[in-house]
Design a binder for this molecule. Sequence first.
Ligand SMILES: [Zn+2]
Length: 171
Amino acid sequence: MKAEKDKVVAVAYTLKVDDGESGQELFETVSEESPFYFLFGHQNVLPKFEEALAGKEVGETFSVFIDFENGYGDYDDSKKVIIPKANFKEEGKKNRDLLKVGSVIPMQDDKGNQMRGEITKVDYLGVHMDFNPPLAGYDLYFEGKVMAIREAEQVEIEHGHVHGPDGHHHH
Ligand SMILES: [Zn+2]
């Protein structure tokens, strides 16, 4: 079976990243023991990543370089904002625990788009948040191996995403 649209593909890989200044650094390792499963052909992964896997069979290796423009885009300073602390209060006391450097918080912009922001600082000005994707501005180097391929369940194709290794995860 080959990796192609409407197949569930499991891959193990390492991802090295390079911001153009400090050289390559290891960002992520996905082991062969617990590979990453995704539904091929449904925009769940970067298009270039999928291109590199297209037609591969179980046991085959792949390596792909994706420059930042084809990855997560350039780093955008305008996506760094300061939000008044008061904006975090309405949902109750518990949110205080979230106001820590490093916390990633899902929010909506004024057009209703979902976005995730990381808190980079909290000071008298408010909560400093960065809405850039974590890998914005980085070139990406993937090296990996196809671990498994199976037919997707109909419900997975309808939802556009994988429901776990055996396809029977309900949500
Ligand atoms: Zn689903």
